[in-house]
Design a protein around this ligand. Structure first.
Ligand code: ATP
Length: 270
């Protein structure tokens, strides 16, 4: 079960330059996660403990996982990911033990970044979620808290968690010594969107008429993940039309399709 519940990546292939926008978030993550790993000695000499855990919060598909992978890459740390939702759905009865295994594995593979995605699945307020009243989910969360409380902040393991449901979180996990550094990861602004479009069209054969800056102004509200799939979709339109270059019109067609898909998926299913 341990092998399935955790995803281990010795050298994730994401770097800071693959992330569009989020300059401020990158700076904060570097300060809270990278610095203590790289300059542990300096923290020891100054006599302060670095932040224990960092919590990334914001809408889906904005680059939270990318940020965590990029820090691991930059610090040559092992990236160990566990999804809170899977602990609750797939590994019923094993949550607390898997959390213990997670920290053990990180200790074996240090330096390591532990990334807990969808932490709200195991750390929701009791009133907010049906599952959190569950004794098993409570045990999983207690195990996580106790691992973090007993944790030596000066070691070579850092913990990053992510959530799309910040409002749902049990405040106990935000106490000092736990996830005490919050970083908001919002949807990109217009410059961020242009940069993300640039990144995801880098390898594409773009026609001279393509103006990503102008197009970015039309994509307000889209996440990084949506912009990435938009780029691919634009390529599909070019292929359907028998072309090998992507034009501005393909981007517009792709945007229309993504907006239509979005509307369709938000219609409640009876
Ligand atoms: P979730 O909350 O749904 O887990 P997330 O915030 O962790 O999402 P990621 O998994 O990091 O999002 O992003 C998904 C994909 O979307 C990335 O692999 C990348 O292709 C694209 N993407 C998202 N945000 C960005 C960004 N800021 N810059 C470049 N690409 C991005």
């Amino acid at each position: 079960a341990r092998a399935q519940a955790m995803q281990v990546d010795g050298s994730p292939d994401v770097s800071y330059s693959d992330i569009g926008g989020l300059e401020e978030q990158i700076r904060e993550v570097r300060e809270a996660v990278e610095e203590p790993l790289v300059n542990a000695e300096q923290f020891r000499e100054v006599g302060i403990e670095p932040p224990s855990g960092v919590l990334l919060h914001g809408p889906p598909g904005t680059g939270k996982t990318m940020l965590a992978k990029a820090v691991a890459n930059e610090t040559d740390a092992t990236f160990i990911k566990m999804a809170g939702s899977e602990l609750v759905r797939k590994f019923i009865g094993e949550g607390a033990r898997l959390v213990r295994d997670l920290f053990e594995l990180a200790a074996e593979r240090e330096p390591a970044i532990i990334f807990i995605d969808e932490i709200d699945a195991i750390a929701a307020k009791r009133t907010e979620s049906k599952t959190s009243g569950d004794a098993e989910v409570q045990r999983t969360m207690m195990q996580l808290l106790s691992e973090m409380d007993g944790f030596d902040e000066r070691g070579e393991i850092r913990i990053i968690a992510a959530t799309n449901r910040f409002d749902m979180l049990d405040r106990a996990i935000l106490r000092p010594g736990r996830f005490d550094r919050l970083i908001e990861v919002p949807n990109p602004d217009v410059e961020g969107r242009e940069r993300i479009l640039e990144i995801h069209t880098q390898e594409m054969n773009l026609d001279d008429d393509v103006d990503l800056g102008a197009f970015a102004t039309e994509t307000d509200g889209l996440s990084g993940a949506e912009l990435a799939s938009l780029a691919t979709e634009a390529g599909m339109f070019a292929i359907r039309d028998g072309r090998t270059t992507v034009q501005q019109s393909d981007l517009h067609d792709a945007l229309e399709k993504i907006e239509a898909d979005d509307d369709a998926s938000s219609v409640p299913v009876a």
